[in-house]
Design a protein around this ligand. Structure first.
Ligand code: ZN
Ligand code: ZN
Length: 409
């Protein structure tokens, strides 16, 4: 069985205008110049402050480590060389992954998810939500959609005027629908989603490596300088080989800053590793995606190794490099739990997806929070799931669960 493939959803470089995957908006031209335009520009400018702050700290750490510690403090040539080589390796990987996380444009739904012209006009004229849903359902029959709103409706973004693909959410900071949106990160001034999630994980990894290496290699000099400071008044204060200069302050401060960043990054890093292992986004960890059988937080989980491959790809040699190797197009995802829907083409489950309990609805089903209840979804523009409609997939419940296994070969 051939899975429908869509192009145009994968992320491209923010700076590259000629990338084939430019965002597709169904509502191009809808954003007009308004008095708030200036305010918006100011907001965009201010949003770079955390990134500039990090960049300045990184530049200072480079100077403090290379010049003040390695060149001016350490006397042993061998030690100098080893420290400088390892430092530069981690520095390059850290800056590379940080750069890619910041400047990889979030991936948007492709034009297949926009309403065709006639349906769009019909939808806009229509006032009754039920009829609007009928229009959306009709269009959605040709789309690979497994998830719904909490009320069982097709997920639609009025702002972007697009049917939201599975795992896609609207980010109000970016003012666009972002594929497999994880969260909007102020430290990279970008949305973390399908196009840059791997880069974000590597950014956390290499920033942790960078800080750990600095803290570990600076520690002995930190202790020496610290001891010198404390023995300042002592008569037989050892005039060690350490230069009495401002290097002391850089080295002391370097250790504090590196240790502080280590501690703060570590929790975020372990949390995201856990999410990758479960194939969940941060949003999905707080509110389970709603399938036709109801919410299932493990709905996209394919087993540990396949979950890792979803983000990092099949080829292990690329796992540690900030190059895009995530699987899929970000528009549709293999699910472990699907049902036959008369409105949908026969759906597929990728091999390996049928793990324990795959056919049953997860016992740990969580009741979906409305989007307004979820603080993390503060960026999500819509709250169609707030509608407390009771007709939740009545017809689906009576349907037999049938799964067809798709062969990869
Ligand atoms: Zn949107
Ligand atoms: Zn965003």
């Amino acid at each position: 069985m051939q899975r429908r493939s869509f192009t145009g959803g994968a992320g491209g470089e923010r700076m590259s205008g000629s990338h084939p995957s430019l965002p597709v908006f169904c509502s191009q031209g809808r954003r007009k110049m308004a008095p708030t335009h200036v305010l918006r520009c100011c907001q965009r400018g201010l949003a770079w402050i955390p990134v500039i702050f990090i960049a300045l700290v990184v530049c200072w750490s480079y100077y403090a480590y290379v010049v003040e510690l390695c060149l001016l403090t350490i006397s042993s040539t061998g030690e100098k060389i080893v420290y400088l080589v390892v430092f530069h390796l981690s520095f390059v990987m850290f800056v590379w992954s940080y750069w890619k996380t910041i400047f990889t444009k979030p991936a948007n739904p492709s034009k297949e998810f926009c309403l065709p012209k006639s349906e769009k006009e019909q939808y806009e004229k229509e006032q009754r939500p039920e009829t609007q849903q009928e229009i959306l359902k009709k269009v959605a029959t040709s789309l690979p959609l497994y998830t719904r709103t909490g009320a069982g409706a097709i997920r639609y973004c009025d702002r972007c005027q697009v049917i939201k693909p599975d795992r896609c959410h609207h980010c109000s900071a970016c003012d666009m629908c972002v594929l497999k949106m994880d969260h909007h990160c102020p430290w990279v001034n970008n949305c973390v989603g399908f196009s840059n999630y791997k880069f974000f994980i590597l950014f956390l990894t290499y920033s942790l490596v960078y800080c750990l290496f600095i803290a570990a290699s600076v520690l002995q000099y930190f202790i020496k300088f610290w001891t010198l400071c404390r023995r300042k008044s002592a008569e037989n204060c050892p005039k060690s080989d350490l230069p009495e200069s401002h290097a002391k302050f850089h080295v002391l401060f370097l250790f504090f800053v590196a240790a502080m960043f280590c501690i703060s990054i570590l929790s975020l890093f372990t949390y995201h590793l856990w999410l990758v292992g479960k194939n969940r986004s941060t949003i999905e960890a707080f509110r389970a995606p709603v399938f036709r059988n109801g919410p299932d937080k493990n709905g996209f989980s394919l087993g540990f190794s396949k979950n890792i491959a979803q983000v990092f790809g099949d080829e292990k040699k690329y796992w540690l490099l900030p190059v895009f190797t995530s699987q899929g197009d970000g528009l549709s995802f293999p699910t472990r739990l699907v049902t036959i829907d008369p409105e949908q083409p026969t759906e597929c489950l990728q091999p390996g997806g049928l793990d324990k309990g795959a056919v049953e609805v997860s016992a740990e089903q969580t009741s979906p929070l409305s989007e307004s209840q979820n603080r993390l979804l503060g960026n999500d523009y819509h709250s169609e799931e707030d509608h407390k409609e009771t007709e939740v997939l009545k017809s689906d419940e009576s349907e037999a669960i049938t799964i067809s296994i798709e062969s990869e070969s």
